[in-house]
Design a binder for this molecule. Structure first.
Ligand code: ADP
Length: 215
């Protein structure tokens, strides 16, 4: 049974790799960032609250995220993949203790230096229809290849917001590498390479988790 957490700084490729992992293993995945953006778009009470934080790059309060994630996880006992959660020590501790939810079995930590993240963030677009994240190539039309929706720049993908998100990442999320290392479930992934190469590294860990899990 796979219960996987994907850690990594903003624009490190978590969304791209989540799509691939969840198709490969046939497990559902939750991107807290995508869910929050949808809530904002729909103007729901959660969205109205979250919007205060999203555009300036601040983390949304733990309680708001936790209630969303708990509801989602409790309906998925067959395994899952989380992208963007946990992001703070309080969230990670809560995930270890959620009633009715089993603990993560594997944490993949994507490592990419800050300079590379900034140029990725500048070329990143999101499909306004299906939510897919793509890296825009020169001269490429801003239309989603999967569903024909418009590709748009996220409103938080601007340098000021990125800087705040990165600072928060270093201060609040990076300590989770040690948290999971101590639990013996962290695998570090070199996220600087092309998506296919990164995915190959990830697959090796998924295979060894399977072998380990069955032993
Ligand atoms: P990125 O990884 O590029 O920062 P995400 O799509 O994962 O983008 O998240 C976008 C924003 O959603 C974050 O900057 C933050 O405001 C909010 N967010 C997502 N997940 C969480 C979380 N677990 N805790 C707090 N805020 C979150």
């Amino acid at each position: 049974m796979h219960r996987i957490v994907l850690l990594g700084p903003p624009a490190s490729g978590k969304g791209t790799q989540s799509d691939r992992i969840s198709s490969l293993l046939n497990i559902p995945h939750l991107s807290t960032g995508n869910i929050l953006r949808k809530e904002v778009e729909n103007g729901s009470p959660i969205g109205l609250e979250a919007q205060k934080y999203l555009d300036r790059g601040a983390y949304v309060p733990d309680e708001l995220i936790l209630s969303m994630v708990q509801a989602w996880l409790s309906e998925r006992p067959e395994g899952w993949l989380l992208d963007g959660f946990p992001r703070t020590k309080a969230q990670a501790e809560a995930l270890q203790n959620l009633s009715g939810v089993d603990k993560p079995t594997l944490v993949l930590g994507l490592e990419v230096p800050k300079e590379a993240l900034i140029s990725r963030m500048e070329g990143r677009r999101e499909c306004s229809s299906c939510g897919k994240t793509v890296s825009l190539k020169e001269g490429q039309e801003e239309i989603c290849e999967d569903c024909g929706g418009n590709l748009v720049k996220r409103s938080d993908d601007v340098i000021d917001s990125f800087k705040v998100r990165y600072q928060n990442y270093e201060k609040l999320t990076l300590p989770l590498f040690d948290f999971y290392q101590e639990k013996g479930i962290l695998e570090r992934i070199d996220g600087t390479q092309a998506p296919d190469v990164v995915f190959e590294q990830i697959k090796q860990h998924l295979v060894s988790e399977q072998v380990h899990g069955e032993a």
